[in-house]
Ligand binder design. Structure first.
Ligand code: APR
Length: 231
C-alpha cells in the first residue's frame, strides 16, 4: 500500500475561476506582493491588505470545485494507503470537494487570527483594522494567511508525511516558493517516485521523475483513475 503525498498550488483552482499568482494577468501582476502579502505591508496599510483578502474571500462564493479537486477527494476515500494533501492554496475548494486529510500550509481565506493572543476564528465576509478579537478584544486581527517572510503552517504533519512518501505529486504549482518547492527534491532523495502535473514545466521540473503537462482537470482525473486501477 503506497503512501501518497500531494502538493497543490493555484493551478488546480484556475479552472474553477480563481486567479493564479505568476501567470500573465495573475494576482501578483495586479497587486504587488510587497503591497498586500507581507507583515510590513499590513503594518503600513492594513486597509489595503484587508481589501485584497476581502475581495478574494468574496470570490469564493462564486466558484465551485472542479474535476481535479473532486478526483483528489475520491483518491483519499478509495486509496488503501495513506493520502496526504498539502495545499498552498488559501481557497476552500479541496474541503468543499470532500478532502479531509488536508494541510493548508499558507493559511485560509476563511480564517481570522489575532496577532496579540493567537486566537483563531472563522473570518467574517469583510475584515477591517478596527475589528476586535473575540477572545482578548484587541484590535489586532488579521487574515489567517501566511505572508512572505512568515513560517508556513503544518510542518509537524507535513515533514513526517514527506519522509514516508512512496509517491510525491505536485499539481498546478510553479515551484517558486519555498519550502514547498523543495518537497519534490526531498522526497526523491528518500526514494519516492515524483510526478509533476502542471500546465507547463515548473521552475523545479528537474526534481521530478515524471512529467505530464495539461489542464489539471484532465491530468488529475486520469492519474487518480490509474492509481485506483493499480496501473
Ligand atoms: N492546470 C494545471 N496547472 C495550471 C493551470 C491549469 N488549468 N493553470 C495554471 N497552471 C499552472 C501554471 O502554469 C503555474 O505553473 O499553475 C501554476 C501556478 O503557479 P503560481 O501562480 O506561481 O502559484 P503557486 O505555485 O500556487 O504559488 C505558490 O506563492 O504567491 C505565493 O502564497 C502564494 O501559495 C502561493 C505560492
Amino acid at each position: 500500500m503506497q503512501n501518497i503525498v500531494i502538493l497543490t498550488g493555484a493551478g488546480i483552482s484556475a479552472e474553477s475561476g480563481l486567479s493564479t499568482f505568476r501567470d500573465a494577468g495573475g494576482l501578483w501582476e495586479r497587486y504587488p506582493i510587497e503591497d498586500v502579502a507581507t507583515p510590513e505591508a499590513f503594518a503600513r496599510n492594513p486597509d489595503l491588505v484587508h481589501e485584497f483578502y476581502n475581495l478574494r474571500r468574496a470570490n469564493l462564493a462564486s466558484v465551485t470545485p472542479n474535476a481535479a479537486h473532486l478526483a483528489l477527494a475520491r483518491l483519499e476515500a478509495e486509496h488503501p494507503g495513506t493520502v496526504t494533501l498539502i495545499t498552498q492554496n488559501v481557497d476552500d475548494l479541496h474541503e468543499r470537494a470532500g478532502s479531509t486529510a488536508l494541510v493548508h500550509m499558507h493559511g485560509a481565506l476563511k480564517g481570522a487570527l489575532c496577532h496579540t493572543c493567537d486566537h483563531r476564528w472563522p473570518a467574517p465576509d469583510q475584515m477591517w483594522p478596527k475589528d476586535t478579537c473575540p477572545s482578548c478584544h484587541a484590535q489586532t486581527t488579521r487574515p489567517d494567511i501566511v505572508w512572505f517572510g512568515e513560517v508556513p503552517y503544518g510542518a509537524e504533519r507535513i515533514d513526517p508525511a514527506l519522509n514516508a512518501a512512496d509517491v510525491f505529486v505536485a499539481i498546478g504549482t510553479s515551484g517558486n516558493v519555498y519550502p514547498a518547492a523543495a518537497y519534490a527534491q526531498h522526497c526523491a532523495r528518500l526514494g519516492a517516485h515524483t510526478i509533476e502535473l502542471n500546465l507547463e514545466p515548473s521552475t523545479n521540473q528537474r526534481d521530478f521523475a515524471e512529467h505530464r503537462y495539461g489542464p489539471a482537470s484532465k491530468l488529475v482525473l486520469q492519474w487518480v483513475e490509474e492509481v485506483l486501477a493499480g496501473v
